[in-house]
Design a protein around this ligand. Structure first.
Ligand code: NDP
Length: 246
């Protein structure tokens, strides 16, 4: 069997990095991994973790899910634009009282988490349909199933992802293209750290003192404890995603 070509977005850290390494180091060499990231200057951690797989079963390419031309350039560099499995993983987070968050940040989140997926699928689906085969695996979130306090915009982006995939699946299956959703709970990656950093910089004067107090003193502190004690590792999610791909 020829190895499957798997393109993954957001491989500079976290789940994307772990999955790229897991697939590229597969003992049976079933995968050829195109590990993409918006800034290849951030490829050091992936290159180090991939070790000898880099240049053999794994290559690193630039791809910004918010930039159509970057998606096209990346796909055009793949022979025959042949992608067997697309893993849409790139994403950003946001948490806090709604009135403390800027509209620009909310729009960036939707543009990355939802329209990033839409841009990718618009580009790869026609090729997969033409070949009558392919698999689109989407890293959603448990918050794509259930909204959680102080995560209004993030949960909305993942609900949008789920609705998009559930609607598309019927049309895609006619052409033997599968669409799968992975819905992790808390995972210990840079994702959560970035949220805490953002939370430190937020302007809580825009909300009432009670809400500010509940978010900063109750939610954030508890959230840290939950991640530390219950969070899965990116490698756990990579292992699960491998099963989905197999
Ligand atoms: P990380 O922050 O470690 O990884 C996110 C990745 O997305 C980074 O590589 C980041 O790149 C990339 N990214 C952000 N914006 C873009 C863009 N415009 N184009 C391309 N890449 C981009 O977090 P995780 O690994 O945890 O997150 C991966 C996915 O898992 C996300 O979709 C997230 O929503 C989901 N998830 C995470 C959970 C968690 O608790 N961590 C729980 C459930 C789901 P850069 O380095 O350039 O910023």
């Amino acid at each position: 069997m020829a190895p499957k070509t798997v393109l993954i977005t957001g491989c500079s850290s976290g789940i994307g990095l772990a999955l790229a390494v897991r697939l590229a180091r597969d003992k049976q060499r079933r995968f050829r991994v195109i590990a993409t990231m918006r800034d290849t200057g951030r490829s050091g951690a992936l290159a180090a973790a991939a070790g000898p797989a880099l240049g053999r079963t794994l290559e690193i390419k630039q791809l910004d899910v918010c930039d159509e031309s970057s998606i096209r350039a990346c796909l055009d560099s793949v022979p025959g634009r042949h992608i067997d499995v697309l893993v849409s993983n790139a994403g950003v987070g946001m948490a806090g009282p709604l009135e403390c968050q800027s509209l620009a940040a909310m729009q960036n989140l939707m543009d990355t988490n939802f329209f990033g997926l839409v841009r990718l699928v618009k580009e790869v689906l026609p090729d997969m349909k033409r070949r009558r085969g392919g698999h689109i695996v989407v890293i959603s979130s448990i918050m794509g199933l259930q909204g959680i306090v102080f995560n209004d915009i993030y949960a909305a982006s993942k609900f949008a992802v789920e609705g998009f995939c559930e609607s598309l699946v019927v049309q895609a299956l006619r052409f033997n293209v599968a669409i799968s959703l992975v819905e992790p709970g808390p995972v210990t990656t840079e994702f959560e750290e970035k949220l805490y950093e953002e939370a430190k910089r937020a302007d809580y004067s825009r909300t009432d003192p009670e809400t500010a107090d509940i978010f900063t003193n109750l939610y954030l502190r508890n959230s840290r404890d939950v991640f530390a004690s219950l969070g899965q590792t990116p490698e756990d999610i990579a292992e699960h995603t491998l099963r989905v791909i197999e």
